[in-house]
Structure formats: structure tokens, C-alpha cells
Design a protein around this ligand. Structure first.
Ligand SMILES: [Zn+2]
Ligand SMILES: [Zn+2]
Length: 424
């Protein structure tokens, strides 16, 4: 499939007539504007012939499924892997700043009243914000590739109360209790945890004395959810962190993290709001069970992110097919991975003799290659995942499989310059 733009860069219908594309390029009637997916731009005026295209989006926290199709066939399918490193990156930043506060650095004016919550309305955690942005960017990019007429988004709705109750093996809260949640009426999480544990040490059963609230998983990994916290007396807590108590109960949280489910709940409303604002084509919403029904009864397709997206586009809120049909799907599944190019740490911690600070990163270009460039190595397409100033590189595929480390620049051929969204 070759994607086509008109003279002004607006998308036209794609073509599978590769011979025609070759001739157009040969005679200078078109130029190549993108390698993956292969996109050409016509250099002369052309008549726009557009069929209705609907883009189906299976929103998600770990993988986003995207599929654009007409009523006859699928034109484009892709899987986007959103960034999941933001939480860790922010933790690193926090640690860098914490360390810097005790160092002698240049004077900075004191700052105050600078908390995001008080400044911006509708603030979301950076890890959520980045994922919403990636959904929108991915959709916008496809709208530049194909003349999409409508976007249908499937957003999952998770019943957190139900999930928690099932995981704990407790009855599902009913009526008023359902809305209140487990922590209702408590001043804060710490107080709730102490109350839940009956103000007794969960290790030795001691009641009197100073009580601590211990994080089973570190606060960075496990967070401040009540199921990650447990009451311990001062003595037991000290012993535990010295390694004298090795109770597995105090190390493993009782319930698996509901982070992804919680994320979908937070994201849903904002994503749809922003899509309505940023796209000037209709945006519709659909539900998981509608998609599942379309995929299984109409197409008889196995579950996958892109098959779901395909069913979303064809289903009730898209083209609305209502009979069993066979529609050809694309044989090319694009993988998209958003990346960042920089480290938080700019300089090496130890200053060299003579007071020069050594950069923590090698120069942007090493022998003409930069990080995340797509290169060909022995005929295989891979990405530069690491570079050394001497001119040797670490090569990986998009899913993280290592191709080879320490490859000389002489053996590489540049295919595509890196960008914020890697496509393979
Ligand atoms: Zn104790
Ligand atoms: Zn602790």
C-alpha cells in the first residue's frame, strides 16, 4: 500500500498499483515524502477522489490499536506502544533535585506558590498526560496520511470497586457503600491503615507504643494505596529494614496494581474532549462489548489490538455493518513507539581535574548517526539504541530485541532519521 498526498500535502486515497507509483516517481510527477509508511506527494494538480474512511481507535495504557478502513477493505493498521517510563523519569528528576539542595550551587531566588494543582485547572499526572497526547498525535498522523472522515474511539470502563472486591475475595459493596469506597470517613490514608489494622503491629501484635505505617513495595513502585501499606510497631519496622524479619507478607502487596484500569478511567473523558476540540471531523465513542460482538460474529477474527480497531471502524458506531462479510485486511502492521532522546543528567557527577564538567552524553551525531536513527545492518532494518563517541553502536529492534552491540559505523547504512515516533 502506497499512501498519496496531493500537491498541497492533503491526503488522497492510497494505491496498491505499485507500477503506476514507480512511473510517477520516474517521470517526476511525484516525490517521496515518507519511507515508513511509504508516502508520495504528487507534483501536479490532481482530481480528488475520496471514499469515506473511518478510523477505529482501541485506546489503551500499554498498547493502542489503530485501523483505518473503507467499507470494502482495510487501508492501514498500526499498534502504538505508549511511553511507560515517565513515572521513573520523574522519580530520577526528584532525586537529582533532592541531592542538589544540599550542594553549593549558584544563588536562586526563593520560589513559592508554584504547585501545579493550584496553577492549572484540569491538571493530570504527567504519566497520564503523555499517554493522552500520544493517542491524539497518533490519530492526527493518520489523518495526514489518509482522508479520514470519522474517528471512532473505544474507551474501556473499569469498575474499580468490583475489581478490588474480586481481588480481595470480598463481597462487592452495594448501594451507598459503593460510592463511598473503603476509605470513606477517614482523614487520610495513614489513619485509615491504622484503623484497618486495629492499631496493632501486624508482625508481633503489639498494641502500645509508637506505630509506623510501612510500605510493602517502595513508595516509588507501589505508591500510597492502602493495600500497599501495613501497620508495624517501631521495633518491628526497624528490624524489618535491617533485614532481621523476612516475612513475605510485608514485602508483597496483597492485590495486583489497578494502575492501568485507573488510568483508563482518568483518561477517558479528557481524551474525548480533546479529540472533539482538535479534530474537525466527527468523533464517536463506542464500548468494548459492541466491538467484541462485531469482531466475533461478523468477522470471526481473533483478539488483537488492530483487529479490535478494525471492528470498531466497521461496527455500530462506524460503518455499521450488519451481515457476515469478508473484508480484506492489510498485510502490513506498523509498530509505533514514542521515545525521548535525552537523559536527565547532563553532566557526569564527578568534575574532571581543572574544573571541567564532562558531558554525560556523547555528541548528538556520532559519525553521522544519531540516537534512534533507522539503519540497515547486513540487510536487516534496526534502530540505533546506543552510541559511543568512538563510532560503535548498539542496535535493537523496536520491540527491544537486541540485534548486536558494538557495531562499527562503517557497517551501517542510514535509512531514516530518528524522530519522536519510531515506526517499523
Ligand atoms: Zn511489632
Ligand atoms: Zn518500612
Amino acid at each position: 500500500m502506497v499512501y498519496v498526498q496531493n500537491k498541497l500535502g492533503q491526503p488522497l486515497m492510497p494505491t496498491e498499483n505499485h507500477r503506476k507509483v514507480r512511473l510517477l516517481l520516474k517521470h517526476g510527477l511525484a516525490v517521496v515524502v515518507g519511507r515508513t509508511p511509504f508516502t508520495i506527494r504528487l507534483t501536479t494538480k490532481s482530481k480528488a477522489y475520496v471514499q469515506p474512511i473511518i478510523l477505529g481507535v482501541d485506546a489503551g495504557s500499554k498498547t493502542i490499536g489503530l485501523s483505518a478502513s473503507t467499507e470494502q477493505k482495510e487501508l492501514f493498521a498500526a499498534e502504538v506502544m505508549p511511553r511507560n517510563d515517565v513515572v521513573n523519569n520523574l522519580a530520577t528528576r526528584r532525586e537529582c533535585r533532592r541531592a542538589r539542595r544540599n550542594r553549593k550551587t549558584r544563588y536562586r531566588k526563593p520560589r513559592f506558590q508554584n504547585r501545579v494543582h493550584s496553577k492549572q485547572k484540569g491538571w493530570l499526572a504527567p504519566s497520564v498526560e503523555v499517554k493522552i497526547q500520544e493517542h491524539i498525535t497518533a490519530i492526527c498522523r493518520i489523518c495526514r496520511l489518509l482522508p479520514v472522515g470519522k474517528v471512532v474511539v473505544e474507551t474501556g470502563e473499569f469498575d474499580l470497586q468490583l475489581l478490588k472486591a474480586v481481588a480481595d475475595g470480598k463481597p462487592v459493596p452495594q448501594g451507598e457503600d459503593y460510592q463511598k469506597g473503603e476509605m470513606y470517613g477517614h482523614y487520610n490514608v495513614r489513619q485509615y491503615v491504622l484503623h484497618r489494622d486495629g492499631y496493632t503491629c501486624q508482625c508481633c501484635g503489639h498494641k502500645n507504643g509508637k506505630l509506623h505505617v510501612h510500605h510493602k513495595e517502595s513508595r516509588k513502585v507501589g505508591g500510597n494505596a492502602p493495600d500497599n501499606l501495613v501497620t508495624l510497631c517501631e521495633v518491628c519496622h526497624k528490624k524489618f529494614h535491617k533485614g532481621l524479619i523476612t516475612d513475605l507478607k510485608l514485602k508483597k502487596r496483597s492485590r495486583v496494581s489497578t494502575r492501568d484500569a485507573a488510568f483508563m478511567g482518568i483518561m477517558r473523558k479528557t481524551l474525548l474532549e480533546r479529540l472533539h476540540k482538535e479534530l474537525n471531523i466527527p468523533v464517536a465513542e463506542t464500548k468494548g462489548y459492541v466491538t467484541k460482538c462485531t469482531r466475533e460474529t461478523m468477522f470471526k477474527l481473533p483478539k488483537s489490538r488492530t483487529n479490535d480497531a478494525f471492528a470498531i471502524a466497521q461496527g455500530k458506531h462506524g460503518f455499521g455493518i450488519n451481515s457476515v462479510v469478508f473484508l480484506p485486511q492489510t498485510n502490513r502492521l506498523y509498530q509505533v513507539k514514542p521515545v525521548r532522546h535525552h537523559n536527565r543528567q547532563l553532566h557526569k557527577a564527578t568534575i574532571l581535574k581543572g574544573g571541567t564538567r564532562k558531558s554525560n552524553q556523547v555528541p548528538k551525531y556520532v559519525k553521522g548517526f544519531r540516537l534512534f536513527d533507522k539503519v540497515s545492518y547486513h540487510g536487516q532494518e534496526c534502530f540505533i539504541w546506543g552510541r559511543r563517541s568512538m563510532g560503535s553502536f548498539l542496535l535493537k529492534l523496536l520491540d527491544g530485541t537486541k540485534v548486536k552491540d558494538g557495531v562499527s559505523y562503517k557497517k551501517l547504512k542510514l535509512l531514516e532519521r530518528s524522530s519522536n515516533y519510531l515506526v517499523a
